[in-house]
Design a protein. Structure first.
Ligand code: ZN
Length: 230
């Protein structure tokens, strides 16, 4: 089904499309903002699927679509797929029957081309607001267990013995992704993509911003009450 199929033709149909926008959510958050966890909790609370770009890609490839073939060509050539292709892949996934009543699509790379391709579906956008200093503290302090993959944090959830996993006794290491220079780069990529997106939806009155420094449950409770309150 395409968005065009859902163009409202009666007042009742129009009301239905407006109501649907309340359940078609695009959640954006910088690295460190726990966007995936918030999306999963929010989706569970609303009874909707939580979808990330990798789900959209897997779906396009699994279904043997032309989009999947195009993507594979880029991946085989070790080239980044163009934004229009990613936009089409996300758009395809969010048009599948299981998400007709709504979805929580979450991303750390909210490019304008993807976002614009979703607008005809009727979407609300949500920004998880986290200062770069806090994102940096969260990410650079992470230590990952070589044994079981558990993630510890040197301040907020340190193991009993420094450098050793409480759960399995494995050694902890600092992932390259979590090194200060890598984190600074990830944040700068996020801002480059996100700034024009946020400006667009803020100006249109379609952006809900929430403080992401709090526990996931609190964030989700605030979001659901603000969505219900309109
Ligand atoms: Zn472990």
């Amino acid at each position: 089904m395409t968005a065009e199929d859902r163009v409202p033709s009666t007042p009742a149909e129009y009301d239905r499309v407006v109501a649907l926008a309340e359940t078609r959510l695009v959640l954006m958050g910088s690295p460190g903002a726990e966007t995936a966890a918030v999306a999963d909790h929010l989706a569970a609370r609303l009874g909707l699927p939580s979808i990330a770009i990798r789900d959209a890609i897997q779906s396009a490839v699994r279904a043997g679509t032309e989009l999947g073939d195009d993507l594979r060509r880029f991946m085989n050539a070790e080239r980044l797929p163009p934004p229009e292709l990613l936009a089409a892949i996300v758009r395809r996934r969010l048009g599948e029957p299981d998400v007709v009543d709504g979805f929580v699509y979450w991303t750390e790379f909210p490019t304008l081309s993807v976002m614009r391709s979703l607008e005809t579906l009727g979407i609300h956008t949500v920004e998880l607001v986290l200062a770069d200093a806090e994102a940096t503290r969260r990410l650079t302090g992470r230590r990952t267990c070589r044994g079981c993959g558990m993630i510890w944090h040197i301040d907020s959830s340190p193991p009993l013995v420094e450098g050793v996993c409480d759960r399995c006794g494995g050694g902890l290491f600092h992932r390259d992704d979590d090194a200060p220079a890598a984190v600074a780069h990830r944040l700068s990529v996020y801002h480059t993509h996100c700034t024009p997106v946020l400006a667009r939806y803020r100006a249109a009155g379609l952006l809900i911003s929430v403080d992401a420094t709090r526990p996931t449950e609190e964030i989700v409770t605030e979001l659901t009450s603000r969505l219900e309150g309109g």
